[in-house]
Design a protein around this ligand. Sequence first.
Ligand code: ATP
Ligand code: MG
Length: 332
Amino acid sequence: MHVVTLIPGDGIGPEITKAVTDIFAAAQVPIQWEEQNAGQTTFDQSGELLPTSLLKSLEKNKVALKGPITTPVGKGFRSINVTLRQKYDLYQNVRPSKTTPGIKTRYEGIDLVLFRENTEGLYSGLEMWDERLGIADSIARVTVEGARKICRAAFAYAVKHGRKKVTLAHKANIIKMAGTLMINACKEASLEFPQIVFEDKIIDNMCMQLVGKPEQFDVIVTTNLFGDLLSDLCAGLVGGLGVVAGANISDNMAIFEAVHGSAPDIAGQGKANPTALLRSAIMMLHHLGEHAKADRIDTALENTLLNQEECTGDLGGKASTSEFAQSIIAKL
Ligand code: ATP
Ligand code: MG
């Protein structure tokens, strides 16, 4: 039995979390959930944004499934997502984007995995405001160690998963120092993994290529903010935010979460697509070594996605979150 921390989160979080835990229960996955929460809902109830009990649970279990969390705006709170990523050095943000039979998209044959550096760059929190001079500085700090770790992780993943190519997206022509560090770190990793083809692209060209010929990409590695932008772009290529999974990984902890936010516009209406969180949970099962359970749930999901009317509104269907989950359960 695996003990896993479950963080339902805010907005659509509780609805999609319930869909996932219902499907896991039906598939008899050997997981014992330890429910903890953080974010707006928790703050409203207890005055705590990120409770110590949640941190303790994470530190004990080392694995979590997390719904989207809202950080209250304008009250000087640091983003909870960023805090968790930095506190536990969850330096890899891994986001696979794949075209799925049944999901209508403009493109076919996309199967790429984005490695976003998750703790440094423009998310370092190094910001200065000079009131007198009227100057705002937001520093994109990249460390040699941070660059090495994320680039090496991308290459190691490529080898482990039988992939062929790693593309680094950067802006080294303008952001010269941080960009060069990333290029060098990738070159170093490519010496260690010579079986993987390495290429680099300037981020603006990368965006154009991604919407022109996305099927040419395999593994992409990039710094924090570029990764944030590219991951929404890639989600858009394969069916939208409702279908893309993600994982935040350190050398000894992993938090799996959907790429999307708390979607307050549709929260509490049973409209949310649980696919993104379910796919994140399937990634988690592979991480836990439960490959057979992962494949069984994945097959049931893929078979449901083939049937548009069984899907949620974002995929052109009419089903509610729980009806969609029931369709998956029926196919297990
Ligand atoms: P955040 O600041 O938390 O990232 P955001 O403003 O980027 O939030 P999201 O919550 O990611 O917004 O949602 C963006 C849009 O995508 C919204 O219109 C939302 O309804 C839609 N969306 C996001 N997730 C889902 C989902 N699981 N199912 C259906 N629609 C979704
Ligand atoms: Mg967003």
